[in-house]
Design a binder for this molecule. Sequence first.
Ligand code: B12
Length: 426
Amino acid sequence: MLSLVIITGLLAFTSSKPCGTGESHSELLLSMNKNLLRSLENQEGLPNPSVHLALRLSDSHNLAKEAEHLNRLKSSLHDDIQSSLSSSQSVVGLLALYTLALKSSCHDLTTVTFTVSDKSETLLTNLKNQMEREKEHIAFSHRPLTNYYQYSLGVLALCVSGVRVNSHVTNKLIKAVEHEHFKHGDTESIDTYAVAGMALQCVKDSGSHVQNAAELETAITTIKQKLLAARRPDGHIGNEFSTGLAVQALLAMGNEVADCAPSMKAMRTAAENNIYHNPMSMSQTLPALSKKSYLSVKNKACLNEDDTLVLEPIDPVEVLPSQTKVAVTVEVVPSSGEAAVYSVNVPKSSSLLEALTLLQERNVGFTFQTESSLWGPFLSVINGEQARQSDRRYWQTSSEGTALSQGIGDFKIVADQRITIRNTSY
Ligand code: B12
């Protein structure tokens, strides 16, 4: 009897503070949800459809702010995609995220159109056309025009919107899983396996892919195995930034992911340590922590939604640069292979972007340029040399032989460090 009382007591304790974490699970979800909502206010550049999607998949809402953001997506993001389509650029990933964002707000997708070559067609028709181009590019050169992550997002967005995905399009994704074509630089892209898993699960559930049902099933099983095998000792799947998508995929594919599962614990710890301060990483992680996946967009009804999420005003805190300086050595390896080395002292905890900016201002022959993206500034040109995505090249950042897991805007320099930036093919 006594042992029963103890066990019941312990169960009650663990359900309020799951797995012995400091903050309760629901408090953490609420604080991430608020941070994500707050990110809309500080957003520079385009409104972010991935952030919108995550806000809409949450249990708590601020419906007025979400409606306002939806309008910004329908104007600014829409115009940006329109101009990319007009200049024949491949924007399948952005189109797919835009579709998912609109669908998550239960917006009537048939009312959203783009005009290409004087012809006005719906968002979904444009997405389908973009997917056809991607598919033909794969047939021709074994790679999509963009990447398999975006190709998977395209399949997912069409499928959750109730569009029957062309079986040739799905087959190309199945083949890519079979041939292990999902790479991020020189490592496996767990993020891509995860999105492909959600996309293929959706196709399976829709019952439309009847011809090659066995191959589809094999691909889904392979993805599950890949994700489970990519689990690190600390519980993350791939790395801190792919775990959210990986857990979403496992949930979508019918796996049980308990609150106390190592991957959930790992994400909670990372969230508590403010690893997910980039709104994009928060947007991919929060749904997983609330045990939702992008697949849930399919049946979203937007009825009787909670409207209690309010942002308390916060006093702006001025962060003064640290008095302590750290030495940064930047080694640039262009495509010629002739390395150049630069050094600069920066306040401790400066971002790599701040360090590179300081270095550029010194006029020591180092220059750089960035392109904006949903993740923040993407390093595109160094010393006048562009690493072009169209040539399958990029400026890879690494330290001590290990690729940095964050971009130049987020990576903080806390001790003397040597950073290598190499023009690399992928
Ligand atoms: C494909 C991809 C790449 C490709 C992009 C080119 C291409 N056309 O395929 C390549 C291999 C070049 C690449 C490079 C890098 N990547 Co990358 N990439 C991705 C991936 C798998 C998909 C991105 C995508 O297409 N999104 C869909 C479209 C609609 O969104 P988008 O924002 O418009 O997409 C563009 C940007 O995301 C940009 N991009 C890609 N990676 C990164 C990373 C950063 C930090 C930034 C600012 C931009 C950026 O390229 C995309 C295509 O143009 C994501 C996975 C994820 N979870 O998002 C990782 C991801 C975004 N990458 C990541 C990282 C760390 C990098 C690198 C910093 C690695 C390194 N040490 O060099 C570099 C960027 C260095 C630089 N020059 O600034 C991390 C970012 C984590 C974080 N907290 O910042 C992710 C989340 C992977 C992961 N789980 O670790 N990447």
